[in-house]
Design a protein around this ligand. Structure first.
Ligand code: TYM
Length: 328
């Protein structure tokens, strides 16, 4: 069976971009593929965090992943730091990617250039090597991600091919898959930047736990333009196109088709907001239920991490023996 792996950082409760670009598709794919999904807590350490916060966020994100519809009996949901093979293969991948390749990663360049005074960790630079390890440990065929992660999957492919040519066929070379609509949801206040957890202005980003009034208000205040025409043209009309993209993704349509139904911005904003509220309401209710029982969440994550560990340990052994490290 085709194997899918994709992961998410526990940097908050998640936002609409995470859901439309990734989570929704993980839920659909779990019945057609063998699925692994990691809460990558180690990745969230590339920026300093308050003691205790990562664990809390990991629990909350686990509840969110089950609330959106990942079924613990079907998909393997695990915590990255519970599977020690991740940092171990991560080191091998650091040695399989080049300084030049890592320097070209857009996400690193953005973050490093933005933070003149901020602390730029070495982990922020080597991050894609750990991400390559996350993917390669599971002999992954497909990686369903939003557009922003494509470059990281490319570097993973290059690293896998390089490893195979150095040490013989050992690693499966994965492919990134992105959804037809929703792969790049933009900030509602700054539609030239992607909606994100780290840079998000509260008004521009829809949190998955935002209440209906907040969602409605954020959509009504979304930045558009003065062209007074509803067309799907991300270059010239980034704000309007983002609203069309969101409404299309939520209702499983094509943004250009959605555009043909509107002549004014007001109704488009109201309908996009209403569609998102309707989509999130049952998710939020399930999330609140799941958060009432932390020991059940811990139990489910324990089962997922044990299963992930089984698969990852076999791959890491294969990698070590391909290299010819002395067996322990
Ligand atoms: P993260 O945690 O930032 O995001 C999780 C998923 O959400 C997608 N996404 C978006 N999609 C559409 N529009 C947006 N505005 C938007 N923002 C985020 C991301 O593309 C991603 O699919 N490096 C990864 C985590 C990771 C990973 C992995 C992913 C670590 N190891 C292995 C796949 C495979 C990240 O920071 O995602």
């Amino acid at each position: 069976m085709t194997r899918v792996l994709s992961c998410i950082k526990p940097t908050g409760e998640g936002h609409l971009g995470n859901h439309l670009g990734a989570l929704r598709h993980w839920v659909r794919l779990q019945h057609e593929r063998e699925s692994f999904h990691g809460i990558v807590d180690l990745h969230s350490l590339t920026v300093p965090v308050e003691p205790g916060l990562v664990g809390e966020r990991t629990m909350a994100l686990a509840a969110m992943l089950f609330a959106v519809g990942l079924d613990p009996d079907v998909a393997t949901v695990f915590v990255q730091s519970h599977v020690p093979e991740h940092p171990r293969l991560g080191w091998v991948m650091e040695c399989t990617t080049s300084y030049g390749e890592l320097s070209r990663m857009t996400q690193f360049k953005d973050r490093a250039s933005r933070s003149q005074t901020e602390f730029v960790s070495g982990g922020l630079f080597t991050y894609p090597a750990l991400m390559a390890a996350d993917i390669l440990l599971y002999d992954t065929d497909e990686v369903p991600v939003g557009d922003d992660q494509r470059q990281h999957v490319e570097i993973t492919r290059d690293a896998a091919e390089r490893f195979n040519s150095r040490y013989g066929e050992t690693l499966v070379v994965p492919t990134a898959t992105t959804p037809p609509a929703g792969a790049r949801i933009m900030d509602l206040q700054d539609p030239t930047s992607k909606m994100s957890k780290s840079t998000r202005t509260d008004a521009g980003s829809i949190g998955l736990l935002d209440d209906a009034a907040a969602i409605d208000r954020k959509f009504r205040r979304a930045i558009t333009d003065s062209l007074r025409q509803v067309a799907y043209d991300p270059e010239r009309q980034s704000g309007v196109s983002n609203l069309l993209e969101i409404l299309a993704a939520v209702t499983d349509r094509n943004p250009a088709d959605v555009a043909s139904e509107y002549h004014a911005y007001g109704p488009l904003k109201a309908d996009a907001g209403a569609a998102v509220i309707e989509m999130l309401a049952p998710i939020q209710a399930r999330y609140l239920e799941l958060m009432k029982d932390p020991s059940e969440l811990t139990r489910l994550l324990g089962i997922g991490s044990a299963r992930a560990h089984e698969v990852a340990a076999t791959t890491l052994d294969r990698v070590h023996s391909a290299i010819g490290l002395l067996p322990a």
